[in-house]
Design a protein around this ligand. Structure first.
Ligand code: COA
Length: 142
């Protein structure tokens, strides 16, 4: 008679492998905080919200943020601080926050002072096209 347990180990092993790989995708999506987009391919940006009242660009859950102050009568955006929770670091979330802030500054004709070291030492060297909207006195130093 056909014994199902003699036949099944390889099928069961295959099934376990598939479940493991699905779990890895879910875990990665969870760590990046943007389940829908990261799980379906990886390149779409997380949603960043401008919170004018507190001077921040932030993720929808507000856990990650970029903080700024306006100077010179509102014509200069001084980026003071960028923060991403430990569990979500290293996948470009701070970079997305910076892009949102720089795009906002550009569309509102603001110049930018990169006081935050992440912006001056990491984001700008990796995205030099944004140097064009730096505050005039800084352009020659970056
Ligand atoms: N200054 C400059 N660059 C920094 C940095 C800092 N203080 N902290 C981390 N980085 C670099 C890392 O070396 C990393 O480089 P790698 O890609 O070669 O490994 C890179 O930032 C990661 O970029 P990204 O994934 O876009 O950043 P992130 O989402 O991991 O967030 C911080 C980066 C700095 C916002 C996050 O580490 C953090 O919140 N740190 C604590 C607060 C802080 O130090 N803020 C910056 C000063 S205001």
């Amino acid at each position: 008679m056909f014994d199902v347990w003699n036949f099944c180990p390889s099928v069961i092993f295959e099934l376990i492998q598939r479940i493991n790989s699905i779990q890895r995708v879910i875990l990665f999506a969870d760590q990046t905080g943007s389940g829908e987009t990261m799980a379906s391919g990886g390149s779409e940006a997380p949603k960043i919200v401008w919170s004018e009242r507190v001077g921040r660009f932030e993720t929808e859950d507000r856990e990650a943020y970029l903080e700024y102050e306006l100077r010179d009568g509102g014509r200069v955006m001084d980026i003071l601080h960028t923060y991403v929770p430990r569990s979500k670091r290293g996948v470009g979330l701070a970079s997305h926050l910076c892009v949102a802030a720089f795009a906002h500054a550009q569309s509102h004709s603001l110049s930018v002072i990169p006081t935050c070291s992440y912006v001056s030492d990491t984001f700008l060297p990796r995205n030099p096209s944004w140097n064009s909207i730096l505050h005039q006195d800084l352009k020659s130093h970056i």
